[in-house]
Structure formats: structure tokens, C-alpha cells
Design a protein around this ligand. Structure first.
Ligand code: NAP
Length: 286
């Protein structure tokens, strides 16, 4: 069996290049730059580092990125006001609300205030509902990145047995729906699943979205399985996924590394979603 390591860094790099070319072309034709607003409440170091990375990648391709950072003491009304003001600003194409919000906030209420046309992570009910109905309007960034990786490696999803580990609204659920929409047979596992191995061992594709290092071991997958690892954990400063990589690599036919697999695709898909909004709804001239 030839093992193949999926190169998310390379594929995301090509996507960034394409976005840069599109933006340069628009600017040369006298249009304004696309613009993303990132809203963040709190002070978590990991989230702040991620947001800084979004800003850097945005600027590298010529996309404007503004960070709206708030102390956790901000009230729900103030946060809604901020969202309304960005919604009403025709020069801003995308809003990313960094989740999770501190516990005191009603996340569903806040998310429902983001204009569906500017909802670049597909979290608004309208976009989530469309995904449920198989219409796929704005797709959440990480699940979209996983689909793109599988497409790039010419994986035929139809008819495959796919096991997804995790059922969060931003990752596990949407990737399960995306697989179902592509005619896979999908099983979703979570923290209450009794025997994980019983499910994963028969899967053609395992997609892990948990955040528990070394959860998936060699004896849990069948020979030739495709393994997508979206998990990210920081173990003594080292970033690791959910999969015991070196072991599972030997048995899988395709596998994503961590880092360098799914991770780089997320920001690429975020900027792609901003661009889709910009090209569709944005004011086209300066
Ligand atoms: P989350 O909201 O904490 O969800 C984790 C999911 O894993 C839950 O559904 C949970 O089940 C399930 N789970 C926990 N223990 C399990 C076990 N032993 N077996 C099977 N399922 C188990 O996390 P998330 O936001 O979806 O993120 C998941 C992971 O992906 C994290 O490591 C996160 O850092 C990473 N992530 C990566 C990217 C990227 O760009 N690559 C983007 C987003 C997130 P219950 O529902 O029963 O609690």
C-alpha cells in the first residue's frame, strides 16, 4: 500500500495565491479591497494567536482585516450593537465571530444577528439550515477545507462509509452533513459513544474532530482507510492531532498530518468565503 500524506500547506498556498491574483485584478480595475472584520471577546492566548494569523494571511493577499477585540465585561447589547454596525457597513464583506464566546453570552442569539450575507463561517441559522437542506450556501471553514482536501486528492466520497468523531456545530455536524450530501453513509460518534473502535474499524474514511491526542490508533482502522485529522492539541508546546500519526500512517491510504493538514485550509477557506461575499454582495467600486 502506498501511503500518501495530504499536503494542506501546499494546497492552501495555491488558494491564497489565487485569491491574491483576484484581488489584484479587482484593484487594477478600480474596485475597492475586500474586507473582513473579526470579532473577539476575551483574552485567550491561543485565540489571539489564531486571529493574528488570520490578519497576517489576509494582508499577504491584499485583503483588509480589522480585529474588533472586546473585554469579557462587554454586555450582550453592546456586542449586538457592534455586529449591527458592521452588518450595516457596505465596505465590510465578512464577519467572523471567534467562538466560543464567554459563557454569559447567548451564542445562538449573537450568531443570529450576523447578516447571513456576511457570515463567513456559515454559523447563522440560515446558512446552517441551507446546509441541512443540501443547498450549501456558506460552508463553515474547517469542514469546507476538509472537503477541498478530499477533492484535491480525487477521493470519491459517494457510497463510502464515513465515520465522523465529534458533533460540534462548527465542525463535526457540518462535515457529517457535507458527507451525507455527497452520498456517503455517515456515522457520527461523540463522547457518549460506547465503543469507538467498533465504528472506526469498518470505515473507509475516518474524520476526527475531537481534540484528544492519540485517540485514534492503528488497530482502530482498516487497511487502506483515509484518515482526516482536524483535532488540535497543544502538548508541552507541540501541536498534535487526534491520530497517533506514525502508527496510523502505515495502514492508511491517505492521511492528514498535524500540523500541515486540515489546519492551513481553515484560513484559506475563510478568505475564500470572504471573497465569495465580496464578489456577490460587495460594493464593487471605490
Ligand atoms: P468541541 O466543540 O469541544 O467538540 C468536540 C467533540 O468531540 C464533541 O462533540 C465531543 O462529544 C467529542 N468527543 C469528546 N471526547 C470524545 C471521544 N473520546 N470520542 C469521540 N468523540 C469525543 O470541539 P470543536 O470545536 O469541534 O473542535 C474539535 C477539535 O478540532 C479541537 O481539537 C479543535 O482545536 C480542532 N479544530 C481545528 C480546526 C482547524 O482549523 N484544524 C478548526 C476548529 C477546531 P460530545 O458532543 O458528546 O461532548
Amino acid at each position: 500500500m502506498v501511503n500518501k500524506i495530504i499536503d494542506g500547506k501546499k494546497i492552501s498556498g495555491e488558494i491564497f495565491k489565487g485569491i491574491k491574483v483576484t484581488i489584484e485584478d479587482r484593484i487594477n480595475k478600480g474596485f475597492r479591497r475586500p474586507s473582513l472584520s473579526v470579532i473577539y471577546v476575551g483574552n485567550d492566548k491561543g485565540s489571539l494567536a489564531y486571529i493574528k494569523m488570520i490578519k497576517k494571511k489576509s494582508e499577504n493577499v491584499g485583503l483588509e482585516c480589522n480585529i474588533h477585540k472586546f473585554d469579557k465585561d462587554i454586555t450582550e447589547d453592546q456586542l449586538l450593537e457592534e455586529i449591527n454596525s458592521i452588518n450595516n457597513n457596505p465596505l465590510i464583506d465578512g464577519i467572523l465571530l471567534q467562538l466560543p464566546l464567554p459563557k454569559k453570552f447567548n451564542t445562538n442569539l449573537i450568531v443570529s444577528h450576523i447578516s447571513p450575507n456576511k457570515d463567513v463561517d456559515g454559523v447563522h441559522f440560515s446558512n446552517a439550515g441551507k446546509l441541512y437542506l443540501g443547498e450549501e450556501n456558506v460552508i463553515p471553514c474547517t469542514p469546507k477545507g476538509i472537503i477541498r482536501l478530499l477533492e484535491e486528492y480525487a477521493v470519491n466520497i459517494e457510497g463510502k462509509k464515513v465515520v465522523v468523531l465529534g458533533r460540534s456545530n462548527i465542525l463535526g455536524k457540518p462535515i457529517s452533513l457535507l458527507m451525507l450530501n455527497r452520498n456517503a453513509t455517515v456515522e457520527v460518534c461523540h463522547s457518549r459513544t460506547k465503543n469507538l473502535k467498533e465504528s472506526t474499524i469498518n470505515a473507509d474514511i475516518v474524520i476526527s474532530c475531537v481534540g484528544k491526542p492519540e485517540l485514534i490508533k492503528e488497530d482502530m482502522i482498516k487497511e487502506g482507510c483515509i484518515v482526516i485529522d482536524a483535532g488540535i492539541s497543544n502538548i508541552n508546546g507541540k501541536i498534535v492531532g487526534d491520530v497517533k500519526f506514525e502508527e496510523v500512517l502505515k495502514k492508511s491510504s491517505l492521511i492528514t498530518p498535524v500540523p500541515g493538514g486540515v489546519g492551513p485550509m481553515t484560513i484559506a477557506m475563510l478568505l475564500e468565503n470572504v471573497m465569495e461575499g465580496y464578489l456577490k454582495y460587495g460594493i464593487k467600486t471605490t
